[in-house]
Structure formats: C-alpha cells, structure tokens
Design a protein around this ligand. Structure first.
Ligand code: AMP
Length: 304
C-alpha cells in the first residue's frame, strides 16, 4: 500500500573526518523516501526551487518506487539548503548554515491523486503545517509524525493539537524529555502516549530505540559500533523512520509486534545510509542486501 511522506528536499554540504561533500541531494523527505521505497511504494510531497540541480532529480528518480508527482518546482524560489559538520567521534554534529528558501513560503500542495493515501508520515516542520497536511488525507489509517526541539520550544500548543490526531511519533530521547519533563525514555514515551498517539518511538542514537505502545513496551539495539563503516551519519534518523514506516505500510498494521519488526527494518536501512555521503549508498542498494543484513541483525539482537 502506498506510503505518503512530506518533508524537506535539501541541498546539503557535509564535512566529516572521513571527507566532505558539496551540494549533494539531502533533506528529510529524500532520505525517508529512498529508504522506504525498498519496502513499499512511496508518494513524495515537497517543494524545490529553480536552483535544484538536475542530477539531484535524476538521483531521486532513480529510486523506482518513489512517485515525484507531488514534488513542486518553484522556478523563482530557492531550494532549502543545509550545511553540517561532524566532530571527531561522528556522534556530534554542528549546523554550519540553514537557508530556508521554499520552506518560508506556502507548504507544497497535495495532488488530488494522493489524497486517498492510507499511510502518512509527516516529516519535521512547523506542527501547524503538519496538522494542515494531515487533514488533507481523510482516508488515512496510520499517520506518524516527527518533530524537533525548535517546535517543542516555540510551537508547543500546535504540537499538542497534532499529537491528539496522529497514531505515532518518532523523536529522539532529548526531544522526548523536553516535551514531557521526564528523563527516562519509557516514562517520557508513556507521557506522550497520554497526549494522544498509540505509540511513540524514542531514538537513543548508538543505544538503539525504545518503543512505547498502548499495548506494551519493546526495545531495539543499534548495530554494535564498528559493525559497519560510518562515512556520513546524515539522514540516519530519516532512513530509520523510512524503514519503520515502509514496513507498517507494507503490512497495513500498527500492533506492537509489527512496529517492533519495523524498528529492525529502520535500523538496517539507516546502517546502509551512513556508509557513504548523501544518498549514494541507498542508490546502489538492492533488496537482497537488505534481507541479508536484516538476518544478521536479527542474530545480533536475539535474546534468550
Ligand atoms: P538527520 O541526519 O536524519 O537528522 O537528517 C538530516 C537531513 O535533515 C539533512 O539532509 C538536512 O537537509 C535536513 N535538515 C536539516 N535541518 C533541517 C530542518 N530544520 N528542517 C528539516 N530538515 C532539516
């Protein structure tokens, strides 16, 4: 079943101890769509400016299962651009610049052919915009959102309204604590479930993730560090969400077991993303490689 995603398409400039990449394809929507496309057909809704490079369009079009019918090109505008630098251990990142471009304008339009989407992922943006987009999908069965510290600080009332209407939330442990004033991931997750969603995924970076669901809790480890080469961590979070939602859309379910399995797909897809700059590794990936690594991860994660 198709999976709809909204979010940013970016032109990224990346500096890491492993090298650098100038003006490569990035943005939350691009990573999410690319990762999810291995598991379910993806409908992308976003906007770019007249400066969006042709080779970025070619790279995104190369993912066979991604429909770009909802990608608006605004010739007189500029594409969202972002620069980031990783410090020595690659776990810390600083933002070098953010040029909002099209993000300062009206949100992208949802094409009529996408309005019947049943599975919706609302990538990070102002929660009022996320809510407006959400309401354009009257047939939705499962809607999940992302958020970040900025919106928790400056748009809490709108975020709380959004949480009443979504089924799930994906966020990191610091954001979960900031939202709930609970330091522990499980307590924070439970407090968020009280706000409306049926489940919350709290990401803990190199320590994996915790799932708090109305029907119980589950944890998932990260791959042990060193298991795979880390060249560029950008997009790990978005690829993780893409793998998770791709599995939810492929099964059409959101029970505890399905989401727990989705976390494994997310972990595996993110582990590929970080092996090269930008989307280069995902662009060369095939389903067989993903299945092999999922089996390896299931062996690593096995208990008892
Ligand atoms: P991640 O590494 O998963 O946190 O995502 C990195 C991607 O997020 C990059 O490709 C950026 O283009 C994009 N990005 C950076 N800042 C923002 C922002 N404020 N809103 C939306 N997307 C952003």
């Amino acid at each position: 079943m198709p999976l709809l995603v909204t979010g940013t398409i970016g032109i990224d400039t990346l500096h890491a101890p492993t090298g650098q990449a100038e003006r490569v394809l990035g943005g939350s929507c691009a990573y999410f769509a690319a990762a999810a496309s291995f598991l379910a057909p993806v409908r992308l809704v976003g906007a770019v400016g007249g400066d969006w490079p042709e080779d970025h369009r070619a790279q995104l079009s190369g993912f066979r299962n991604v429909s770009l019918d909802g990608l608006e090109t605004r010739p007189a505008s500029r594409t969202f651009a972002w620069g980031g630098r990783y410090l020595d251990d690659m776990n810390r990142r600083e933002t070098l610049f953010t040029e909002l471009g099209v993000l300062e304008e009206a949100p992208p339009k949802v094409p009529a052919s996408f309005r019947d989407s049943r599975h919706v992922f609302l990538g990070n943006t102002h929660p009022a915009v996320q809510l407006d987009l959400l309401r354009q999908f009257p047939d939705r069965r499962i809607a999940v959102c992302d958020t970040m510290d900025l919106w928790i600080n400056i748009a809490r009332p709108e975020l709380l309204r959004l949480l009443e209407e979504v089924d799930g939330v994906v966020l990191n442990d610091q954001e979960a604590s900031q939202l709930t004033e609970q330091r522990n991931a499980v307590s924070a997750g439970r407090a968020i479930v009280e706000m409306g969603p049926s489940f919350v995924v709290v990401k803990k970076g190199e320590h994996g993730a915790v799932l708090v669901h109305r029907d119980g809790i589950a944890t998932i480890p990260a791959f042990p560090s060193g298991a795979h080469q880390v060249i560029d961590p950008t997009g790990a979070g978005d690829s993780f969400a893409g793998g998770l939602m791709g599995h939810i859309a492929a099964t059409g379910r959101q029970d505890l077991d399905t989401i727990q399995a989705g976390l494994a797909w997310g972990t595996v897809l993110a582990s590929f993303t970080i092996e090269a700059f930008g989307l280069d590794r995902l662009a060369k990936l095939d389903r067989g490689q993903i299945d092999d690594r999922l089996r390896a991860f299931q062996r690593v994660a096995r208990v008892g």
